[in-house]
Each structure stands twice: as C-alpha cells, then as structure tokens.
Design a protein around this ligand. Structure first.
Ligand code: GDP
Length: 182
C-alpha cells in the first residue's frame, strides 16, 4: 500500500469518518476509492476501507452509522484516530443543529483531544443545498479550540470538491504530525 517510504517518516493515518445517517458517507467512500457512485443502503455498523493517497499516505476510513441506536458506540472507534472527517448533508437544514451537536459530542471525547477534523459540506451540487458561507456561519467551528480544522464543500455524487478535500486532509495530518511524535 506504499504507506512507508524509505526516505520519509511513517505517514500511515487512521481516519474516522462520521456523520448523521444519509449524510453521504458511504457514497463518499466509494467515490474516494475510485468507484462509481453506488446505490447504498443505510450504514449499519461500520466499514473499514484502505485508501491510497498521493504521497504514500495510507488511510483507513471508518464509516460509523448515524442511526441513534448506534451513536452511543461512536466512542468505541475514536481511540488512536489521527483525524476526523465529519460529513454534513448540505440539503438537510432541519438536522444541521443535530449534526453540529453530534460533532461537538465527538470532539468532546478525551480520545479526540487535539485531533484535527475536516468537515465536508456534502451534496453541494443539489439545488436546495445551503451555501457554504451559510453553513460556515451556522457551524461556528471556531468554538472548537485546540483542534486544527477545515471546512470543504463537496459533492460525492459529482466528485466536485473531493480533490480539495483530500488536500485539506493531507494538510491537517501534516499539521498534526508536527505537534505529536508518533
Ligand atoms: P450515509 O448514510 O452517510 O452512508 O449516506 P449514503 O452514502 O448512503 O447516502 C445517502 C443518500 O444521499 C443516498 O441516496 C445518496 O445517493 C445520496 N447522496 C450522497 N452523496 C450525495 C451528493 O453529493 N449529492 C446528492 N444529491 N446526493 C448524495
């Protein structure tokens, strides 16, 4: 998988991807793995997928179901994670407060102290998607002191924004490796 190079530091990273149900996590996962969008079933439990990135960064994505009965088990998957990718459905204005509350709960966990996070405002190609500026204002991510973070608009359906999302992911991981010796 090219996760270790002879010259560079060990760049293997554990990524946890979360979000409410139907945010688009499974679709994103398939997109990032270079598959065509697939018709997905609601996530039950989680998937673990290796993902090769440029620069020999090897990532494992954990797709944890957002159904309420599963949310209590999120904390079981947080230990040893290097970065959180949090997927938002930009068309689901009604559940934006709930999505933000869940993000806050995850970041509040001791295992997540100083772990950077990337919020993906997914489904941005949809006509009824909230604009990124509005999502940014509503989330107020500045409140999460002690974490590096980034917010990226994307569409798992069209692939728009995904190269930028991977770039942000890489930058956040690099910022973390400066602070933490692994
Ligand atoms: P999960 O529950 O977070 O894994 O969400 P899924 O990947 O199963 O997606 C839920 C629904 O949203 C499916 O019908 C997807 O086709 C749809 N979806 C996912 N990503 C996008 C997107 O970028 N744009 C649009 N319009 N629909 C999307």
């Amino acid at each position: 998988m090219g996760s270790v190079t002879s010259r560079g530091p060990r760049m293997e990273a554990q990524v946890v991807m979360m979000g409410l149900d139907s945010a688009g996590k499974t679709t994103l996962l398939y997109r990032l793995k270079g598959h065509q969008p697939v018709k997905t079933l609601p996530t039950v439990g989680f998937n673990v997928e290796p993902l090769d990135m440029p620069g020999h960064v090897s990532l494992t994505l954990w797709d944890v179901g957002g159904q309420s009965r599963l949310r209590a088990s999120w904390k079981d998957y947080l230990e040893g994670m290097d970065i959180l990718v949090y997927v938002l459905d930009s068309t689901d204005e009604a559940r934006l407060p709930e999505a933000l509350a869940e993000l806050a709960a995850v970041l509040d966990h001791p295992h997540m102290a100083s772990v950077p996070f990337l919020v993906l405002a997914n489904k941005q190609e949809a006509p009824d998607a909230l604009p990124l500026m509005e999502i940014r204002a509503r989330l107020g991510l500045e409140r999460f002191q002690g974490h590096s973070w980034a917010l990226q608009a994307c569409s798992a359906l069209t692939g728009v924004g995904l190269p930028e999302a991977l770039q942000s992911l890489g930058s956040l991981l690099r910022s973390r490796s400066h602070h933490v010796s692994r």
